[in-house]
Write a protein that binds this ligand. Structure first.
Ligand code: RNT
Ligand code: ZN
Length: 417
């Protein structure tokens, strides 16, 4: 039931040529790949050790998910609190072992993810996947696929191969293609003596992993770059130049995480260049703050600008959009929800811009009018359209979700020891 406020907003947007109904319908069909790892501080179920690999969660807010059942219940809660369409985004470390069975990462099989498939199918969702090259005893000296130790490198190549097989299984079972994103932490704390060798080994490892047979219409391998990791400040094997070039030469997808660049570089400015030369690209949307690349997404300028680049370049079906943040200092369900709702908001804001008219002003060099209109649009009643979008998705409107989150905390997460 559309509200009066929505009707009035719709009329106001119509004056600048924006169809709010269309924006809402478009957004409903954009699947966001929502990372599972906000639910348990990137712990996973396959090992008990600490989080390693140059990434860190800080904080120890009570109530984190400890089991597959708890993580699934929390995931479900988040899906209820957020409008829009989602995919599961899993890491290999979230394998579910049953009946006392345990296999190492080089031996995992589709059956270890059968419960996730069941969960996804019941919710009509696809699944994206990530081999887990961290938090494991075979990460030696912070190296995996670039290691000079052939035993280490072999182990992780096998892991990658198993993950391709599992990705294909996800795609076949759900009927929705699976993006399999490779990120490795490999790097050095101090200035290396050889920068080429590790990158050459990484490239060879990727070649071996990608030689695993898979259906290219079902599995989309992606490669994520990074600028530095904690304790690995001087050199990162999988730098941006490495990943973009490898992906372009091997017909796989480049994944940009907007927490993985120098502080004044922005992913919003990189999207158009990658779109010109690639059929598809992938994103990890997050919020970098000083050394941390994984704060909860806010409805901030760069998030909005990233979404504008996707929408105004007509690339909603060419950009695989995933989230990647983890905050352990606040309620995790809330962190998850705030980030996902903000990403949805930013996409909606982009869909509510008179993009063709703005481009025209630029091309006609009417920069005064362009700046004026860009600034006027900022106070258009987007909130009314957002509320309508949430309501039409059956999601809580406005701050209503906070009460639901608190109730869930009281009844469920606070009871976890
Ligand atoms: C790490 C990368 C990577 C991870 C996840 C857990 O810096 O961003 O994407 O966050 O794979
Ligand atoms: Zn990432």
């Amino acid at each position: 039931m559309a509200t009066e406020r929505y009707a009035s907003a719709k009329a106001q947007y119509a004056k600048i040529g924006v169809d709010t109904d269309k924006a809402i319908e478009t957004l409903k069909k954009v699947p966001i790949s929502l990372h599972c790892w906000q639910g348990d501080d990137v712990t996973g179920f396959d090992q008990d050790g600490p989080l390693t690999g140059g990434i860190q969660t800080t904080g120890n807010y009570p109530g984190k998910a400890r089991t597959p059942e708890e993580l699934m219940a929390d995931y479900d809660k988040v899906f209820k609190l957020c409008p829009g369409q989602y995919k599961l985004n899993l890491h290999a470390s979230y394998a579910i072992f049953e009946d006392g069975e345990h296999v190492d990462r080089d031996k995992i099989q589709p059956k270890h993810f059968a419960k996730w498939v069941e969960f996804a199918k019941e919710r009509n969702m696809g699944i994206d996947f990530n081999p887990t090259y961290f938090s494991h005893s075979m990460v030696k000296d912070n190296l995996t696929l670039s290691s000079p130790d052939e035993e280490v490198r072999k182990f992780w190549i096998e892991h990658g191969k198993r993950c391709i097989e599992i990705s294909q299984y996800f795609a076949e079972e759900t009927g929705i293609p699976c993006v399999m994103n490779i990120w490795i932490p490999d790097g050095y704390k101090d200035i290396p003596a050889d920068r080429l060798g590790p990158r050459a080994r990484f490239a060879d490892s990727l070649d071996q992993i990608l030689a695993t047979p898979y259906d290219k219409t079902k599995v989309y391998p992606a490669l994520e770059s990074k600028v530095f990791g904690i304790g690995l400040e001087s050199y990162t094997v999988g730098s941006s130049e490495f990943t973009v070039n490898y992906a372009a030469h091997h017909g796989i997808i480049s994944l940009m995480d907007n927490g993985h660049y120098h502080p004044t570089e922005v992913v919003s400015d990189k999207i158009s260049s990658l779109l010109l030369f690639n059929d598809k690209i992938a994103l990890h949307v997050t919020r970098p703050v000083r050394w941390d690349s994984d704060h909860v997404i806010r409805f901030d300028d760069e998030t909005k600008e990233i979404c504008k680049e996707i929408v105004r370049n007509d690339a909603l079906d060419r950009v695989f959009i995933a989230t990647d943040y983890f905050d352990a200092s606040i309620n995790r369900i809330a962190a998850w929800t705030i980030g996902a709702r903000n990403l949805q908001k930013a996409l909606l804001a982009a869909l509510l811009e008179p993009n063709a008219d703005l481009k025209k002003l630029q091309d006609e060099s009417r920069f005064t009018q362009l700046l004026a209109l860009q600034e006027e649009i900022k106070t258009y009643p987007m909130g009314d359209v957002w509320d309508e979008y949430c309501a039409s998705c059956g999601a809580p409107v406005g701050e209503e979700w906070i009460k639901e989150m608190e109730k869930y905390e009281e009844e469920v997460t606070s009871k976890r020891a």
